[in-house]
Ligand binder design. Structure first.
Ligand code: ATP
Ligand code: MG
Length: 235
């Protein structure tokens, strides 16, 4: 579904991604793990068209999307849940969700997807007339995910959904990610919570200072001593 081929991405003179390559197959959850500043968000932003690679190629369903405008990429079926959620604080929950569908014209489909999002997140349904800025952190994460799903993506990019959430809520969010996978949506999940991410992923890549340093089946990486030492706190 997605093939990232040897991309270099810069912020001015600083090179954030140094020849990154990875693949995501339809139906998979692929996780990208790595420490602060490794380049995880930069990679997601480059896939979703917010940043342009200086070198390399990004193929989505066989076609090049590298450097294409973000809205073109959303229309093609990729949507991103940004790090830190970025909900529209002064708008209602239901308005935030509708904004996720702003490039769509199929009214019926939009209605169905709103219903699907409310089924996935009953909490959002209860709070649809609440201002997004007054939601708890976990609820804002749900809203950011719901908003991305309103674009009816084939590929969902999730940037650190567990950030700042209590363990119980993190568990809930991860259960929902698995539910989303079951409905046929492919997922590229960025996480610092490597343990949890590997527990739901099919495959994983480890990023370190702009490079992929390890990759493989999630089960294998989860069992690897090297990974445990470096990323799972040595347990
Ligand atoms: N807008 C920017 N301008 C300049 N440098 C940036 C910018 N955004 C990110 N960087 C740098 O690029 C590198 C990769 O950052 P990125 O945000 O992709 O890391 P990350 O893996 O998502 O980290 P975290 O886990 O903390 O979110 C870092 O060294 C960061 O300082
Ligand atoms: Mg990040």
């Amino acid at each position: 579904m997605l093939k990232v081929n040897d991309i270099n991405v810069y912020y001015g003179n600083i090179q954030a991604l140094k020849g990154i390559s990875l693949e995501v197959n339809a139906g998979e959850i692929v996780t990208l793990i790595g420490a602060n500043g490794a380049g995880k968000s930069t990679l997601l932003k480059t896939i979703s068209g917010l940043l342009k690679p200086k070198q390399g190629e990004i193929l989505y369903e066989g076609q090049s999307i590298a450097g294409k405008p973000a809205q073109h990429i959303v229309k093609r079926g990729i949507s991103q849940v940004p790090e830190g959620r970025r909900v529209f604080a002064n708008m209602f929950v239901e308005e935030n969700l509708q904004l996720g569908a702003y490039l769509r014209k199929d009214k019926e489909g939009i209605k169905n997807d709103a219903q699907r999002v409310y089924e996935l997140f009953p909490r959002l349904h209860e709070r649809k007339k609440q201002l997004a800025g007054t939601l708890s952190g976990g609820e804002q994460q749900m809203l950011a995910m719901g908003r991305a799903l309103m674009a009816n993506p084939k590929l969902l990019l999730l940037d650190e959904p567990s950030m700042g959430l209590a363990p119980l809520l993190v568990k809930q969010i991860f259960n929902i990610i698995e539910e989303i996978k079951k409905t046929g949506t492919t997922i590229l999940l960025v996480e610092q919570n490597a343990n949890l991410a590997l527990s739901i992923a099919d495959r994983a890549y480890v990023v370190e200072t702009g490079r992929i340093v390890l990759s493989g089946e999630a089960d294998e990486l989860n069992a690897s001593e090297e990974i445990k030492k470096a990323y799972l706190g040595g347990h």
